[in-house]
Design a protein around this ligand. Structure first.
Ligand code: AGP
Length: 605
């Protein structure tokens, strides 16, 4: 969590840093701050709250200077406040630091620094860093050497950007937290994520773990921990700056829901030929030795992984799903015939990276299914498969879920082809691949539907919202509930439809709304579960195919989706659930793109 940006170049740094922070705000929005270096002094301005508070605080202040850094925070140590906002400085304001990550040994460092007379202004782990650098400067070290010496003392995870009053050069490094370099015509940037500087350049260098970079007015220099110069490839990023802007939409979430047909077309483009999935990373035969698949993921990506595991099992592959944050504590046996698939939109989720690293230490092969080229997951896994959804800024994941499922469906197609499974599984997955072709157009009809908004109004007073589903409808029910609680703050839970009667039914009253997902497969069983809830007074919203007559006749309200292969109907139903959550949150006046206490990319365990 947290977003950092630094910028050195021609022209004032302030406006570019502010624009960068606004584009990074999805990573944290408890507080924000900037530090500008000019003529041997560092000016810092920081405020609790969103970047708009920082902008207001900067109103009328002139902060000249071509070099500086900024931070937007998601609190880990110390509550959100002006004092805990980054950048943090040393006692004499000679050094300012922006940090993403957690410094584990900050307690002992703080104690020893205090003993040597340093005063601390915040409760953060980060504040030890400027004091450590200042001590090294006092010993006569150069700014770069002082930065390196201080970093040598740190344990934990960090992406750090540091400005020092005696130089325009900004120093940065990464260890366990992301950092990408942006190479512009007039300026060089370093940031947690490329959207921070996409308005200014699309030329990037993905920094590797423990790389150091010095960005100066005349360019940049990358070195390893011992100071040896490194060459890193310079790449062009194919995300458009406009993709990371809201445009005419009031929320990124709504924009990203609407973008799903395009995102799906991008995910599928060129990847199905003559009814066979063709994945550049997996040439024919490359999966033939795999007997088991183990997914690791969190949150929405976990639900996409669950969905993918159903598809793989229908392809005849033994597939299980583990929550990344439990994987290290309850490890699944891994052998050389197992493929561990990390599903992660950002590619930076600390829990999922930890699980991936456990797998990397086993005989199994690893695959990252991610949206971010150059992300840590993509670089650390043996293989990577990109979902090609374009940037997703809203904290609530929407289009990336659909694109993850579509990509995993392609992988299921690759498995049946490689394993030469024949029979039912080949036919089933063949139909899914055919259906994928029609999926983007089908999603297009759902995103335009007015039904979810009307139902969000009709049922806005319920005390709880229970989401039920079976087969691929089960992960969709879990995802529907996650989206609903995440942005409305109302109580919402997802259940396997058949599980309701084993306990949760005790909670069902006439104030409960049941949202039941139908897919066109085993719907009669789900209808039994629906009737069990109805007889306790609950109202039921059904979501499923137009053709599910029995379901439509049984429930109070129905959101229909176009006819499609049952394995893909879940993706369509999920779009209705995204819209239901979106409108319910809008009615309640919630902060839809930045829900309380959350952040887009969770880079702490
Ligand atoms: C869901 O809306 C959330 N943004 C969250 O659950 C997210 O899916 C989870 O934190 C995993 O993120 P990742 O896909 O970037 O790994």
């Amino acid at each position: 969590m947290c977003g950092i940006i630094a910028r050195v170049g021609n022209g004032g740094a302030l406006e570019e840093l502010m624009a960068g922070l606004e584009n990074l705000e999805y990573r944290g929005y408890d507080s924000a701050g900037i530090a500008i270096q000019s003529g041997g002094t560092i000016e810092v301005c920081k405020r609790e709250g969103e970047t708009s508070e920082l902008r207001a605080a900067l109103e009328g202040r002139s902060l000249p200077g071509n070099s500086g850094l900024g931070h937007t925070r998601w609190s880990t140590h110390g509550r959100p406040s002006d004092a805990n906002a980054h950048p943090h400085t040393d006692c004499q304001n000679r050094v300012a630091v922006a940090h993403n990550g957690i410094i584990q040994n900050h307690g002992s460092l703080r104690a020893e620094l205090r003993e040597r007379g340093h005063r601390f202004e915040s409760e953060t782990d980060t504040e030890v860093v400027p004091h450590l650098i200042a001590e090294e400067l006092d010993l006569g070290m150069s700014p770069e050497a002082a930065f390196r010496a201080a970093v040598d003392r740190l344990e934990g995870s960090y992406a750090l950007a540091v400005t020092i009053d005696s130089t325009e050069t900004v120093f940065a490094t990464r260890h366990g937290s992301p950092l990408v370099l942006g190479v512009g015509y007039d300026a060089t940037y370093v940031a947690s994520d490329a959207p921070a500087f996409l308005d200014f350049t699309d030329t990037v260098v993905y920094l590797e773990e423990d790389d150091y970079v010095a960005i100066a007015p005349d360019g940049y220099r990358i070195t390893d921990a011992s100071g040896t110069p490194l060459e890193r490839p310079v790449e062009s990023i194919n995300w458009d700056a406009g993709d990371a802007q809201k445009g005419a939409y009031s929320h990124f979430m709504r924009k990203e829901i609407d973008e799903q047909p395009v995102a799906l077309r991008q995910a599928l483009e060129g990847r199905i030929e003559d009814g066979t999935a063709t994945l550049e990373q997996f040439p024919p035969g490359s999966l033939s030795d795999i007997e088991h698949v183990v997914f690791v993921a969190c949150g929405t990506s976990y639900h996409a992984a669950m969905y993918g595991s159903v598809l793989l099992r229908r392809a005849g592959v033994t597939a299980t799903v583990a929550r990344s944050n439990e994987f290290a504590y309850d490890p699944t046996p891994l052998d050389d015939r197992t493929l561990v698939i990390a599903v992660t939109q950002s590619g930076e989720t600390a829990d999922t990276l930890a699980a991936l690293r456990v797998a990397a230490g086993s005989p199994s092969r690893t695959l990252a299914v991610t949206n971010v080229v150059g992300s840590t997951a993509a670089r650390e896994a043996d293989h990577s498969l990109f979902i090609q959804a374009g940037p997703e800024i809203g904290v609530a994941a929407t289009k990336t879920f659909s694109s993850q499922v579509a990509t995993l469906a392609l992988l299921a197609g690759r498995f049946v082809a490689d394993r030469d499974s024949g029979g039912d599984s080949t036919d089933r997955i063949g139909r899914v691949l055919d259906g994928l072709d029609r999926l983007p157009a089908a999603v297009e009809t759902v995103v335009g539907s007015a039904g979810p908004e009307a139902l969000a109004r009709e049922f806005s007073d319920a005390s709880s919202y229970f989401f039920l589903g079976r087969g691929v409808g089960y992960p969709v029910a879990l995802e529907g509930a996650l989206k609903f609680k995440e942005i409305t703050y109302d109580h919402a839970e997802g259940f396997a439809a058949g599980e309701l009667k084993h306990g949760p039914l005790a909670l069902v009253t006439e104030d409960t709304v049941i949202v039941a997902v139908f897919t066109g497969r085993h719907d009669e069983k789900t209808l039994h579960n629906v009737r069990e809830a109805q007889s306790r007074g609950a109202s039921v919203i059904g979501v499923g195919p137009e053709s599910a007559v029995a379901a439509r006749d049984t429930v109070e309200e129905y959101l229909s989706v176009p006819a499609l292969e049952p394995e893909l109907v879940g993706v369509l139903a999920n779009v209705h659930l995204q819209l239901l959550a979106y409108h319910a949150a809008a009615i309640r006046g919630r902060s839809i793109d930045k829900p309380r206490n959350l952040a887009k990319s969770v880079t702490v365990e």
